[in-house]
Write a protein that binds this ligand. Structure first.
Ligand SMILES: Nc1ncnc2c1ncn2[C@@H]1O[C@H](COP(=O)(O)OP(=O)(O)O)[C@@H](O)[C@H]1O
Ligand SMILES: [Mg+2]
Length: 376
C-alpha cells in the first residue's frame, strides 16, 4: 500500500511511467479499457475499465497510496473525491479540471498573463464561426474543448468555405476558436513541480508536427537565446500558477517575429519529453514518480550534446509486426522503444526512436536513417 501507485490510463505514457516507478520499487496498478494495454503488460495489475469509471478508480484508491494519470480524460470529479479521502492524487484534480478543458485552460492562462494566441468560445453554428473569422481577421483554428489529441479535435478555417467542413468534423462537440498562428517553430518544455512547490525545467526542445501529430523532437532546440529565454520564462510562470505536483508538457509556438506563445499545457508526461530517457540525468518518467510521491526532483541536465526523437507511427491497419530493429540499432547511439500495441493504424503511435550524438546534425541524420529501417 505505502509503495503502490495507481495510474489512470494504460497507454505508452503509463507504460514508461510504470517502468520508471518499478525500478524505484513501487507496485503499479493501471486502469484502462483495453485488456493487455501497453502499461497493463508491464504493471503488477491492470483493471479493465474506462478512465472515468468511478468504481474502478475507487478500488484502485483502496490499494494505492498514490494515484496519478497519463491522460487528460481522467475523471476529475472522482479524483477530487479521492483526494478528499486522503489519497494523494497528483497533479491535483483541480489542475486537471482546468487543463482538460482547452477553453478553460486558455482563460486560465490569459488570467495569469501568459502569452497565448487570441481565442474565444464558439458554438456549433456556421453564422457564429463566420463572425469569429471576421473578428480575428485571418484564418482561425476551430478546436474541440475536450478529449482531443493528435490534432483530432482541430480544424483550420481559412475562409468561409471551410466552415461546413469544420462543423462536420467537430459535430456535437463543445468548441472554441483561436487565431491561426503562422509559427516559425514549435517548441516544448517539460516541467516538473515537486510536492513542496519547487519547479524544475528540462531544456527547451523543438517539435515538428506533421498532420498535427508529433513526428520529431530536437533537443536542445536550435534557436536563438532570446527565444529560449522567453520559452523558459513562460514555462516557469505557468508552473508557478498551476497547483499540484508532477510533470507537465508545455507546447509553444515561436511566431515569425520571434515571440513565444503557449499553445497548450498537458498535466502529464509528454511525447516531447521521451528524449529524456536516454539524454538526461533524470527521465521525465522518473521525475514524475519522484514529484508525485514527495521525493526530491532529479537533475534535468542533458548528459549528451544532442538528441533527436522520432515517433514510429503506423501506416496501415492490422496486426502489428515489427521489422528492421537489428538494422536500425546498427547506427551508433540509437535506442528503440516499442509500445506493445497489438493493432497498428495509420498515424497511431506504435513506438519511438531516440538517437543521442555529439551534435544535432549527426543525431538527426542517424534518427532518420534508423526510422527508415523500421517497419510496423
Ligand atoms: N492556433 C494555431 N495556429 C497554428 N497551428 C496550430 C494552432 N493550434 C494548433 N496548431 C497545430 O496543430 C497541432 C495540434 O494542435 P493542439 O492544439 O496542440 O492539439 P492536440 O491536443 O491535438 O495536440 C499543433 O501542434 C500545431 O501544429
Ligand atoms: Mg498539442
Amino acid at each position: 500500500m505505502e509503495n503502490s501507485i495507481g495510474i489512470i490510463g494504460g497507454g505508452q505514457l503509463g507504460r514508461m511511467l510504470a517502468f520508471a516507478a518499478m525500478q524505484m520499487g513501487f507496485r503499479i496498478t493501471v486502469i484502462d479499457p483495453t485488456p493487455n494495454s501497453p502499461a497493463g503488460q508491464v504493471a503488477h495489475k491492470q483493471i479493465v475499465a474506462d478512465f472515468t469509471d468511478e468504481d474502478a478508480i475507487m478500488s484502485v484508491a483502496q490499494k494505492c497510496r498514490y494515484v496519478t494519470f497519463e491522460i487528460e480524460l481522467a475523471n476529475a470529479k472522482v479524483l477530487d473525491a479521492l483526494a478528499e479521502r486522503g489519497v494523494s492524487v497528483q497533479p491535483s484534480p483541480q489542475t486537471l479540471s482546468i487543463l482538460q478543458d482547452k477553453w478553460r485552460q486558455k482563460t486560465f492562462l490569459s488570467n495569469c498573463r501568459i502569452a497565448i494566441p487570441r481565442f474565444e468560445l464558439a458554438h456549433d453554428n456556421a453564422e457564429l464561426l463566420l463572425q469569429a473569422l471576421q473578428k480575428f481577421g485571418g484564418p482561425i483554428v476551430v478546436k474541440a474543448r475536450f478529449g482531443a489529441y493528435d490534432g483530432r479535435g482541430n480544424y483550420v478555417v481559412r475562409d468561409k468555405n471551410d466552415i461546413s467542413g469544420a462543423l462536420e468534423k467537430l459535430h456535437g462537440k463543445s468548441l472554441y476558436v483561436e487565431e491561426f498562428v503562422p509559427f516559425k517553430h514549435e517548441l516544448a518544455v517539460i516541467a516538473a513541480k515537486s510536492i513542496q512547490g519547487e519547479v524544475s525545467l528540462y531544456p527547451v526542445v523543438q517539435t515538428v508536427q506533421q498532420n498535427n501529430i508529433c513526428h520529431l523532437v530536437i533537443a536542445p532546440a536550435p534557436i536563438e537565446t532570446n527565444v529560449l529565454d522567453q520559452a523558459k520564462e513562460l514555462a516557469q510562470n505557468a508552473m508557478e500558477q498551476l497547483e499540484g505536483a508532477g510533470v507537465f508538457g508545455i507546447e509553444m509556438f515561436e511566431t515569425e517575429d520571434g515571440q513565444v506563445l503557449v499553445n497548450e499545457i498537458a498535466p502529464r508526461v509528454h511525447n516531447s519529453g521521451h528524449f529524456t530517457i536516454e539524454a538526461c540525468r533524470t527521465s521525465q518518467f522518473e521525475q514524475h514518480i519522484r514529484a508525485i510521491t514527495g521525493m526530491p526532483l532529479g537533475s534535468t541536465k542533458m548528459l549528451v550534446p544532442a538528441a533527436v526523437m522520432v515517433n514510429i507511427l503506423g501506416n496501415r491497419t492490422g496486426g502489428a509486426r515489427i521489422t528492421g530493429v537489428t538494422e536500425a540499432l546498427a547506427s551508433e547511439g540509437t535506442s528503440i522503444h516499442i509500445y506493445g500495441k497489438e493493432e497498428t493504424r495509420p498515424e497511431r503511435k506504435m513506438g519511438h526512436i531516440t538517437v543521442t550524438a555529439g551534435n544535432l546534425e549527426d543525431a538527426m541524420q542517424r534518427a532518420q536513417c534508423a526510422r527508415e529501417k523500421i517497419g510496423i
